[in-house]
Design a protein around this ligand. Sequence first.
Ligand SMILES: Cc1ncc(C[n+]2csc(CCOP(=O)(O)OP(=O)(O)O)c2C)c(N)n1
Length: 514
Amino acid sequence: MIGAECLLRTLLANQVDLCLMNPGTSEMQFVSALDRVPEMRGVLCLFEGVCSGAADGYARMTGKPAATLLHLGPGLANALSNLHNARKAFSPVVNIVGEHSTAHLQHDAPLTADIEAFARPVSGWVRTLERAGAMGEAASAAVAAALGPPGRVATLIVPADFSWSEAGEPGLPAPQPAKSLPDDEQLRVAANALRSGQPAGLLLGGATLQARGLVAAERVRTATGARILAHRYAARTTRGAGVPFIERIPYFPESAQALLAGFERLILVEAKPPVSFFGYPGIRSTLAPENCVFDILASEGQDGAGALEQLADELAVPPAEIVSAPRPELPNGEPLTAATVGRTVGALLPEGAIVADEAVSSSEPIWTHLAGAAMYDHLPVTGGLIGQGLAVAVGAALACPFRKVVALEADGSAMYTLQALWTMARERLDVTVVILANRRYRILDIEMQRTGAGAVGPRAEEMIDLTDPEFDWIKLARGFGVEAVRATTANEFIREFRAAIQERGSRLIEAVIA
Ligand SMILES: Cc1ncc(C[n+]2csc(CCOP(=O)(O)OP(=O)(O)O)c2C)c(N)n1
């Protein structure tokens, strides 16, 4: 068996059956091997940032890695932003990068680059394959490294000659890692902190923000009165009817510091001590009070949900009643704003939907209204680099073909990886894309003030304004094979959103918001 086939068969033996790719000459053997290994689903993405963002979205929804297949160092470089976001999401990704054949490398040909150096900052594991015969073992090791825990990007660099040379048998399945639970001491410290009477809270991140962790946290809250808070940039939060409501730490440090002001103890469950997104002149970067004591109930690679269940058992609390926020009312005759978009999505979102949120300055009002939606999974931008929402939506839709995916996209952010629309159409994915069209890098107006950079003059305005020329989302979407409509009032948006979620397939709604 040649190396390319050995790699695909080893991935399949490890339950990795999706490869998001943008191949070139050095990866031709892999492309041709797809015809001999039909169980591997190859999905073409027209920019590598779509491959990496989709791998992230897929991992967030399945807990298992997809593979990418990228073209040498420059192809990997195009994927880096969304690999950065995947790293912050602790998403397992098997990141396969083709390399020149070993004999060719010495010539410093046009595409030659230091691939390992490109890969290292976003990868928890990097290996350049040493010989064709090591392919099976290395591919299994890549899957094992990607799974962690916690999940990470594992980059395997494959010289082209090893893909066309005899490689022997596929690698064995990697052991499935089990997440560890806290030891008795961690549990005792957390329980005592909650019993101490000091103002205490729990800060949840990682997988604890899914139903099992939230239900256990609610038990702890009922028994102790401790406030339960969500890490803002966790990969996936389950929300809506049937899961306990959870408060998210605000974006701006002043509001976050005000929320956390009274806390003397914060118990961290798959989360780090919270810090603000940016540093601002004269403002502290840490969000908890300076004298706050942190206790780690579960670190980021541990089983936080299991830890919370143990903590609730330790505190001897029965199951808690779950009170959900009410479903928002549909707007009626109101202007189209982020808030009325939020109310509409909150009212109409079908149960089990997945929301990829890259709404930037529109995110907060929408998030608030989605608390009362039917149960859904919320996937935010984890690493602050925009251009991931559409790609994450592709990955989530590939992972969960029977769940509706809604991508909430600020118009500026949507421009970074809009090629994702083509993959949505090509793969017949069930995604409703809502473009929050304020025709501006709106958040930068706010940040301009906050950083003390001063008023926006006419030349600075040109760096923030997106009206000259305006994007034509209808034509852009149709150009990629996605049907599109424009809504300018809340009533129009209700009609179009309802129609989009009732049908299957990819649709784009440009919501022109005030
Ligand atoms: C890859 C990347 N480049 C640049 C930025 C800086 N940045 C943050 S928000 C933003 C513009 C956001 O505009 P838009 O997506 O339209 O959202 P709005 O602020 O209008 O809600 C930019 C350029 C970033 N975060 N990531």
